[in-house]
Design a protein around this ligand. Structure first.
Ligand code: ADQ
Length: 461
């Protein structure tokens, strides 16, 4: 088996990803790929230093983790230009159809290019002839070109975890051509959903003057490559057992007691403007307004840990949510009932699994999302004898697969409120039918299938 070299913005600490159910799905997938191929994981250490070390930091393989990690530090200027500036304030909004939020400065693009080039120059001496190189996500879009310029002939694959927006939206990025022409140096580009692939095809034919042939073969900027859909997933059975075990935990008991027989609705997201949280809060307000029988009977728990706190747009969305949650609770709360519990902290994965299992309805209503793993985790966490209902945005990549969820347009908050009402009153029989169809889908395309199919497709290019 060939060695796989994974390159991502961050290298997670091994302990974060060491146990099933204890780690995020992506970390598990990456670690399994690395273990199987005795691979190498390269990326940022997470440290920001005025004077970074000259050489990257290696960690040697161990018996439990038979792969290497190599990490580099960023300077404060690199962190602010490449990570906060270009990746999070320019690329992220555009990839999520929010060009209006882009804060463009050409200096940020130069820093982004410099950091990509620096990653590549530190990586190249570590490469072996038949390594497969697998680049992850929007932080590293200039790396394919740099790798080829450094003479690297290995197979290179790139997977985009976010959406690829429609060609017109992508073209609002002043550097759209540089970014896509760099990606075209890959042998394989992977997207989350057919919508993303279609948008990319459209970009290639209409913006780049390239061609799309049969078998997902592309030609553009003088290069030939493939682009395909690989919907990312989770380990459903691992997550299901974590949820089942967590049901007997202290936190689960506390949650059950505090609900006092009320139905629980849940939302779990990083606090990000792409996740549709204000619209979700409004849909809950609509539910209580329009269907007063839910007052005192339903509690909505929204878990939304802060993310990207240095980015101003995230401060704005935070204060908007604080305002809305205050208004909803002020309007509807009783001395013995708080309708909305809004928590800005992350939960341990096992605890999270238990909370999802205990929830009658999950609201996964992003305005745009590459996939959204919480949707799949919610399904996996359910009790097969009494499963809850998933209310899912049509704009999450997951909606392409999870067709038996109640699919909504999150911008229509009233309609989302109606879907929740339908979910709360759905018969056990219908809940079971929908759940088992959803669970079958997730089992068929789980995280192992995802990583193996990407690697197989890369080898086959
Ligand atoms: P994210 O935008 O971070 O990921 P998501 O797919 O939902 O979104 O993954 C988040 C992960 O973090 C999930 O496993 C979830 O359980 C966990 N998580 C979220 N909030 C948590 C909390 N409060 N406590 C504990 N755990 C929490 C990006 C893209 C997505 C894409 C993924 C994977 O934006 O579209 O699905 O990468 O490709």
């Amino acid at each position: 088996m060939r060695r796989t070299v994974i390159v991502s913005n961050r290298v997670a600490s091994i302990t974060e990803g060491s146990s099933k159910g204890g780690a995020g799905g992506l970390a598990v997938a990456i670690l399994e790929t690395l273990r199987e191929s005795k691979g190498l994981w390269f990326g940022w250490s997470g440290n920001v230093r005025e004077a970074p070390l000259d050489t990257p930091k290696h960690s040697a393989p161990t018996q439990a983790n038979p792969f290497e990690t190599v990490t580099v530090d960023l300077t404060p200027a690199e962190h602010s230009g490449y990570y906060n500036g270009y990746a999070n304030r320019i690329l992220w909004p555009v990839l999520h159809y929010r060009s209006d939020l882009m804060e463009y400065h050409s200096e940020h693009f130069r820093t982004y290019q410099r950091v990509n080039a620096n990653f590549v120059s530190q990586l190249v001496p570590l490469l072996k002839e038949d390594d497969l190189i697998w680049l992850h996500d929007y932080h590293l879009m200039m790396a394919p070109r740099d790798l080829r310029q450094a003479g690297v002939k290995n197979r290179i694959g790139f997977f985009l975890h976010t959406p690829f927006p429609s060609a017109d939206v992508f073209a609002t990025l002043p550097n759209h051509r540089e970014l896509v022409s760099s990606l075209c140096h890959c042998d394989l580009i992977g997207f989350q959903s057919p919508t993303d692939l279609r948008s990319f095809e459209d970009y290639i034919t209409h913006e780049a003057g390239g061609q799309v042939h049969a078998n997902e073969e592309f030609e553009a900027f003088g290069r030939q490559f493939r682009a395909q859909v690989f919907p990312i997933s989770i380990d459903p059975d691992g997550f299901a057992s974590a949820a089942e075990e967590s049901e007997r935990s202290d936190v689960a008991n506390r949650l059950r007691e505090s609900l006092d027989g009320r139905s629980l609705m849940v939302g779990v997201d990083r606090l990000d403007y792409s996740k549709g949280l204000p619209e979700r809060f409004l849909s809950f307000e609509h539910l209580l307004d329009r269907y007063p029988e839910n007052r005192q009977r339903v509690t909505f728990l929204q878990i939304a840990p802060y993310s990207r706190i240095d980015v101003p747009e995230y401060k704005l969305i935070r204060s908007r949510l604080e305002g809305l949650s205050g208004r909803i609770n002020g309007r509807f709360a009783e001395v013995d009932w708080t309708p909305l519990r809004y928590i800005n902290r992350g939960l341990a994965r096992r605890t999270l699994a238990g909370v999802l299992r205990h929830s009658r309805v999950a609201l996964v209503t992003p305005l745009r999302d590459g996939m959204n793993l919480v949707a799949k985790e919610y399904v996996a966490a359910q009790d097969p004898e009494d499963p809850g209902v998933l209310v899912l945005s049509r704009f999450a990549g997951a909606a392409h697969e999870l067709k038996e969820a109640l699919i909504v347009n999150p911008l229509d908050y009233e309609n989302t409120g109606e879907a929740v009402q339908r979910a709360l009153s759905m018969s056990l029989e219908e809940r079971k039918e929908r759940w088992s169809a959803l669970m079958d889908t997730i089992r068929q395309q789980d995280i192992t299938a995802w990583r193996r199919s990407f690697i197989a497709a890369l080898e086959a290019t």
